[in-house]
Design a binder for this molecule. Structure first.
Ligand code: URA
Length: 211
């Protein structure tokens, strides 16, 4: 596992909220709220090094040069459906960001990612794409989504997840060594069904109350 491209966000607020989310009896409402809150905190970290440029502004007292984010800015790219859980939190911080929806589901037999939807802004190649999915398990969905973004022209991609398994990190870094990963925790392993252990169960089902 290469660690230079892996950022584990160990901020106490993130760690505390993640523990609440892991709890079996956390309500659907609570789970969804916490995922959005952590999305906001992870967004803060993943955008930490965005380039700034000095622009001319006027305060009530005087003109000055003041920093603003340079360039075409961001597109948030959630992998449907669980990735949407991060979206509102991230949009609260960057309301002008464009959204790229990537529809992938995991074949329960093969665990391979299957594409069913992709809709991105036209100028994908000019934007930093923040690819997001709460669970980096086998890495199949994240790898497939990153490949789709690249095929449509994205050149600057960052991947954000909540929990990562070592197996998923290894696969993602093997296929997309150029894409850095931000995660709140690296768990122990995958089980035979591709679930992260100890993990938090099925993020999509827990967000939407579908099980
Ligand atoms: N997807 C989930 O929602 N949970 C896991 O543990 C693995 C993949």
């Amino acid at each position: 596992m290469t660690s230079t491209n892996l950022h584990v966000v160990d901020h106490p607020l993130v760690q505390h909220k993640l523990s609440l989310m892991r709890e079996r009896d956390r309500s659907t409402k609570g789970f969804r709220e916490l995922l959005n809150e952590i999305g906001m905190l992870l967004c803060y970290e993943v955008t930490r090094d965005l380039p700034l440029e000095l622009v001319d502004i006027e305060t009530p007292l005087t003109p000055m040069k003041s920093p603003k984010i340079a360039g075409k800015k961001l597109t948030f790219a959630p992998i449907l459906r669980a990735g949407v859980g991060f979206l509102d939190g991230m949009l609260a911080l960057v309301p002008a960001a464009r959204v790229t929806h990537i529809g992938l589901y995991r074949d329960p037999e093969t665990l391979q990612a299957v594409e069913y939807f992709f809709k991105a802004p036209q100028d994908l190649s000019d934007r930093t794409a923040i690819l997001m999915d709460p669970m980096l398990a086998t890495g199949n969905s994240a790898c497939a989504a990153a490949s789709l973004l690249k095929a449509r022209g994205a050149r600057d991609i960052r991947f954000v997840c909540l929990l990562a398994a070592p197996e998923g990190i290894a696969q993602f870094q093997a296929e997309h060594a150029d894409i850095p990963i931000w995660t709140a925790a690296v768990d122990e392993r995958l089980n035979d069904h591709g679930y992260i252990i100890p993990g938090l169960g099925d993020a999509g089902d827990r967000m939407y109350g579908t099980k």
